[in-house]
Design a binder for this molecule. Structure first.
Ligand SMILES: O=C(O)[C@H](O)COP(=O)(O)O
Length: 249
């Protein structure tokens, strides 16, 4: 049986401060490192042995992957990084506190910015120093492909060429692949794999560092998907992620 494990990075400094992060390259917190270690230990306990791993250009994902591979004692496996696995670009919202933004614009508007399928926050200005066109790590990416903001739809459109050409076809020869990325880039992949509708994807909130396993038959049809861990604890973590975008009572 073939498996792909999707893993959101551990808690970042801006997760802790409840700020919109997107393409901002913030580090893991101590709690985030512990979460990554725990995910690695869980995968080890379940006997996972990955053929290859993929991650984004953002250190919260890269460092989570490193911790997981260390716990698995599989540091040696090939790892491929792609900007296409980066988080959804949160445009002008990047850096703002999520509950303060909800207090200003309303919970519903923040839900639309965070979870709707095809509505994007306002874009970064062309001369904004945070514009990815100024970041040397993206110098080989054609400017027309670098976002200034993104909806989930646009995030999926930039992930899919990489998913379809680089990640998924590897499952023909590999048995187990690991993808460590971000809340919304993974929501995009999950929407594609499970054929979740544009309306229903609003309700999916991914907790940090909880392994999500997808099983495939030999013809690479999806047969089963499940989170590793205690279902009640995972449900509470998902609810907490949803609450991050609400104004404080
Ligand atoms: O970019 C961010 O702020 C987080 O990675 C995901 O945030 P969200 O849960 O608000 O979409």
């Amino acid at each position: 049986m073939k498996k792909i494990v999707l893993l959101r990075h551990g808690e970042s400094t801006w997760n802790r401060e409840n700020r919109f992060t997107g393409w901002t390259d913030v580090d893991l917190t101590e709690k985030g490192i512990a979460e990554a270690d725990r995910a690695g230990e869980l995968l080890k306990k379940e006997g996972f042995a990955f053929d290859k791993a993929y991650t984004s250009y953002l250190k919260r994902a890269v460092k989570t992957l490193d911790r997981v591979l260390d716990k698995l004692d599989q540091d040696w496996i090939p790892v491929e990084k792609s900007w296409r696995l980066n988080e959804k670009h949160y445009g002008m919202l990047q850096g703002l506190n999520k509950s303060e933004t909800a207090a200003k614009y309303g919970d519903q508007q923040v839900l639309v910015w965070r979870r709707s399928y095809d509505i994007a926050p306002d874009p970064l200005a062309e001369d904004d120093p945070r514009n990815p066109r100024f970041d040397p790590r993206y110098r080989l990416v054609p400017d027309g492909e670098l976002p200034r903001t993104e909806s989930l739809k646009e995030t999926i459109e930039r992930i899919m060429p990489y998913w379809q050409c680089a990640i998924f076809p590897n499952l023909k020869t590999a048995d187990q692949l690991l993808v460590v990325a971000h809340g919304n880039s993974l929501r995009g992949i999950i929407k594609h794999l499970k054929r979740i509708s544009d309306d229903d994807i609003v309700n999916l909130n991914l907790p940090t560092a909880v392994p999500y396993v997808f099983e495939f038959d030999d013809r690479l049809n999806l047969t089963k998907d499940y989170f590793l861990g205690d279902p009640e604890e995972i449900r509470k973590l998902m609810e907490a992620v949803a609450r991050q975008g609400k104004k404080q009572q």
